[in-house]
Unconditional design. Structure first.
Length: 259
């Protein structure tokens, strides 16, 4: 028997961070296409407004609102959640897609740079999960999806700091999945490998780096933000209602590739 509603998100409200570009923007578009209303968060107000306009043109029937905030700043996080609470419906979905990179030798990184990776990519998700929990718990079934990285599961040269932060994010995902299951909140993560986004464009533009990536990727190509967004959306769907605490590789086979 077909249950089409299990593949829809009609009537649900999602909060997506890092929503002005890359994986965050693609995730917002995917959730909208499945029927959700979406609250967009990004640091750059102009880029956020442009993203909102783009999504509104594509989904005029959906409610799409934006809030400019740096989620690495606690005062701005609290203002964000106050704004979300003012929507009056609680939340069904939280997608923590914001991140920061610090590529290169560990010995070459200054303290401000590596600390920013933790503040933006780990501590912001930790605090937003905590602040959003009462809003998510208002509904009998809700979900969080954290955007991790392949570097959080295995060593990736030049991504030591990102790997440390994302490994902690993955473990937080598993722990919260157990702790909050009783509240009806599922918590999962995705772990992308080499995805074509504005943040990775410069690094992947190097022919030598591009070739190294393809050599380690069985599917022999870069991933697209929309492919990560599809995995994020799946984990939010009612059809995934028995899935929690997983970290889903979206990596073209990188994680299972041997010699």
């Amino acid at each position: 028997m077909s249950h089409p509603h299990r593949w829809r998100l009609d009537g649900q409200l999602a909060l997506v961070t890092g929503a002005s570009a890359g994986i965050g923007l693609a995730a917002a578009a995917e959730l909208l296409a499945l029927g959700a209303d979406v609250l967009l968060v990004a640091r750059d107000a102009d880029a956020l407004e442009a993203a909102r306009d783009e999504l509104t043109d594509a989904h005029p029937e959906r409610m799409i609102e934006g809030f400019a905030a740096d989620v690495a700043d606690d005062e701005e996080r609290r203002a964000l959640l106050d704004w979300v609470e003012d929507q009056g419906e609680g939340l069904h979905i939280l997608v923590n897609a914001v991140g920061a990179g610090a590529n290169g030798s560990l010995l070459d990184l200054d303290e401000a740079t590596w600390r920013a990776v933790f503040e933006t990519g780990l501590f912001s998700a930790f605090e937003l999960c905590r602040y959003a929990q009462p809003l998510l718990a208002r509904h009998p079934a809700s979900s969080i999806v954290n955007v991790g990285a392949a570097s959080g599961l295995r060593a990736v040269r030049g991504a030591t700091v990102e790997g440390m932060a994302k490994a902690a994010l993955h473990q937080m995902t598993r722990s919260l999945a157990v702790e909050w299951a009783q509240d009806g909140i599922r918590v999962n993560a995705v772990a992308p490998w080499a995805i074509r986004t504005p943040r990775t464009a410069a690094r992947l533009a190097s022919p030598a780096q591009h070739e190294r990536v393809l050599a380690r990727t069985p599917l022999q190509r870069l991933g697209e933000a929309e492919e990560v967004a599809g995995a994020i959306a799946f984990l939010c769907l009612p059809t995934a209602a028995y899935i929690t605490g997983v970290c889903l590789d979206v990596d073209g086979g990188f994680g299972c590739s041997g010699f």
